[in-house]
Design a protein around this ligand. Structure first.
Ligand SMILES: *Cc1c(COP(=O)(O)O)cnc(C)c1O
Length: 381
């Protein structure tokens, strides 16, 4: 099933016209969700599908996840929430990021659950809901140290009273939550933030059935006892490791592209913008049809590796927008048309998304969400 958001008709790896693509293993997404479910015990599971399901294609992600009957979904923006509704999803859809006031009417019409960080937004939501005669569920974010959003945990008693007063029907106070800033590190801050959330909750007049939630992927893997009412896994579902000391997910995404040219070059030949690579001896160069315009990090030039016929080869020269060159003297059988792997496995070799992120000086989240619309997403059952 090809993602409908992709306009390419040549995304099938078996089609020799396809130049570059992302393969997504739906079975691995299911396995990773099952892993999180085992860790989370009785807690509700709310997969995060923001940023086009971490770059892998939200329509296919939803198709796969719906069959697993999650308890809801998390997105970042009202627009993303409406896109999920347009896919036919009827479960709760939580908009986790503070939304501009101008997006309130659309959020109400879409039946989205807004996550709020200030009383002004709650008053605006109450007024809009009354005007439209529409019910709406909201959650309050509690700032326990992340700092980018939420109401202060120390003053929960005061703001809790005001929230409860505003939360009359048709509004429903559906829960409160916080976000860990360092769950990927084996640090004590996760425990401190959890204690702050508990202290705040002790002062909040939450209605019966309201959710309390805190854990992202790393949180639930590191502290399953903090799963509370619900967990919000993201990166782990999509094959991104949460931390070196935590269980690894099943790999989900592979980024591959085709060799379009193979050339033997003489010693002294220079390559790419800035001519940063010069052959010291005769070399064999393969030009591969993928570049930073596809989301392959430009920083991989002269640093990263790729797999050709199951062998590891270096990226040489600067990565261009549309093409990348690898040195393939070690792989004499390689020919134009062969498939090169930049993330994923080929025979016994593997390049993880974490390796790519390390070599590019970034994190796995940015590598996945940086894959551009030029690459078709090919979901494999
Ligand atoms: C993105 C996000 C998550 C998921 O985090 P991962 O590290 O990808 O598991 C959870 N909660 C909130 C509020 C988020 O923004």
């Amino acid at each position: 099933m090809a993602d409908r958001s992709s306009s390419s008709r040549t995304g099938n790896p078996d089609d020799p016209r396809s130049r570059a693509w992302v393969e997504v293993d739906a079975g691995a997404v299911r396995a990773n969700l099952a892993h999180i479910r085992r860790a989370a015990g009785a807690a509700a599971v709310v997969p995060m599908i923001k940023a086009n399901a971490y770059g892998l294609g939200v329509s296919n992600a939803v198709a796969v996840l719906e069959a697993e009957e999650p308890d809801g979904y998390g997105v970042a923006t009202v627009e993303e929430g409406l896109e999920v509704r347009a896919l036919g999803v009827e479960r709760p859809v939580l908009v986790m990021t503070p939304s501009p006031a101008s997006s309130l009417p659309a959020a109400l019409e879409g039946g989205l659950t807004l996550c709020l960080s200030d009383l002004g937004s709650l008053r605006a939501l109450a007024a809009e809901a009354a005007r439209r005669g529409r019910g709406a569920t909201f959650h309050m974010e509690v700032d326990t140290g992340m700092g980018r959003a939420g109401l202060d945990w120390r003053s929960a008693a005061a703001w809790g009273r005001e929230v409860a007063a505003l939360a009359a029907p048709p509004l429903r106070w559906g829960g409160c939550y916080t976000h860990f800033h360092s769950a990927d590190e084996a640090a004590g801050t996760i425990d401190r933030q959890w204690a702050r959330l508990q202290e705040a909750v002790g002062h909040l007049p939450l209605p019966a059935g309201a959710w309390v939630h805190a854990c992202n992927s790393a949180g639930v893997l590191r502290r399953p006892r903090y799963a509370a009412s619900a967990v919000r896994p993201g990166i782990f579902l999509y094959g991104g490791a949460s931390a070196p000391d935590l269980p690894r997910p099943a790999p989900v995404a592979a980024v591959r592209a085709r060799i379009t040219l193979v050339r033997d070059v003489a010693a002294g030949s220079s390559l790419g913008y800035g001519a940063t690579h010069v052959a010291r001896t005769p070399e064999r160069w393969a030009t591969v049809a993928i570049g930073y315009g596809d989301g392959l990090p430009r920083a991989l030039g002269n640093r990263g590796h790729a797999l050709v016929l199951g062998r590891r080869v270096p990226l040489i020269g600067r990565t261009s927008m549309d093409v990348t060159v690898v040195e393939i003297s070690r792989v004499p059988d390689a020919r134009a048309g062969d498939i090169v792997t930049f993330i994923g496995s080929d025979r016994d070799e593997e390049i993880t998304v974490e390796e790519v992120a390390d070599r590019a000086g970034t994190i796995n989240y940015e590598v996945l969400t940086g894959l551009t619309g030029r690459l078709p997403r090919i979901w494999q059952a």
